[in-house]
Design a protein around this ligand. Structure first.
Ligand SMILES: Cc1cc2nc3c(=O)[nH]c(=O)nc-3n(C[C@H](O)[C@H](O)[C@H](O)COP(=O)(O)O)c2cc1C
Length: 177
C-alpha cells in the first residue's frame, strides 16, 4: 500500500527527483564585472547545433546581466569547489563580488565575454539565441560556441533539492578498463 503512487507537493517532488547536476553560469554585469549564479534548472536543448537552456529567476541579478550581455559560460564546478559553488547559489551579485569572496579564479574565455572558472570539470561558452518567459523564470536558449574541461577533475556536484550539494564521479559507474 505504501508503495503506491500518491499525490505530492511541488516541494516533495523536487526533493524526490534529486540529485540534479548543479552548474555555475558566469555573466557580465553592465559595468563588465563578472558574476556567478548557481543553477539546477539547465538542460541540453539540441545536439546539432549544440545548444543548452537555462532557467533564471527574473529577480536574480544574473537575469539583468544576461539581458545586458547575452552570453554566459556554463561551468560544472569540481568537488573541490563545493564551498564556493554553494556561496554562488545563496548570495546575490547585487551586493557580493562572488569571484573575490570565494577565491574562484576567472580565466578569459576564447569566444564570449564572460570568463571561464579555472578548475571546472567542463565549461561551455554560450551565446543566447532565444528566450521564453515562464511564470517567474526566463528560459534562455543558447548556442554552445566552445567547450573546455579538466578531465582529471571529473568529480563534480549535484544538488539535493536546494538543501545541499553532493559530489559524484561518472567514472565510478563505468566498467574498469
Ligand atoms: C541548489 C541550487 C539550485 C539553484 N537553481 C537555480 C536555478 O536553476 N535558477 C535560478 O534562477 N536560481 C537558482 N538558484 C538560486 C540562485 O543561485 C540564487 O538566487 C543566487 O543568489 C542568485 O544570484 P544572483 O542574484 O547573483 O544572480 C539555485 C540555488 C541553489 C542553492
Amino acid at each position: 500500500m505504501d508503495e503506491e503512487l500518491r499525490t505530492l507537493s511541488w516541494d516533495q517532488a523536487v526533493e524526490l527527483g534529486s540529485p540534479y547536476p548543479y552548474v555555475l553560469a558566469v555573466t557580465l554585469d553592465d559595468k563588465g564585472k563578472p558574476n556567478v549564479i548557481g543553477l539546477g534548472w539547465w538542460t541540453f536543448a539540441s545536439w546539432e547545433p549544440p545548444q543548452v537552456a537555462i532557467a533564471v529567476g527574473r529577480e536574480r541579478y544574473s537575469h539583468r546581466c544576461l539581458e545586458h550581455c547575452g552570453e554566459f559560460v556554463l561551468c560544472f564546478p569540481s568537488a573541490e569547489q563545493e564551498e564556493a559553488a554553494w556561496f554562488c547559489g545563496r548570495k546575490s551579485g547585487r551586493n557580493h563580488d562572488k569571484f573575490a569572496e570565494t577565491g574562484l579564479e576567472a580565466v578569459p574565455a576564447h569566444v564570449v565575454g564572460p570568463p571561464l572558472i579555472e578548475g571546472s570539470t567542463v565549461a561551455y561558452e554560450c551565446r543566447v539565441v532565444d528566450r521564453m518567459e515562464g511564470g517567474d523564470h526566463t528560459l534562455f536558449l543558447a548556442d554552445v560556441l566552445a567547450i573546455h574541461g579538466t578531465p582529471e577533475k571529473s568529480r563534480h556536484l549535484y544538488s539535493i533539492h536546494y538543501r545541499k550539494l553532493v559530489s559524484l564521479d561518472h567514472r565510478d559507474f563505468l566498467p574498469r578498463e
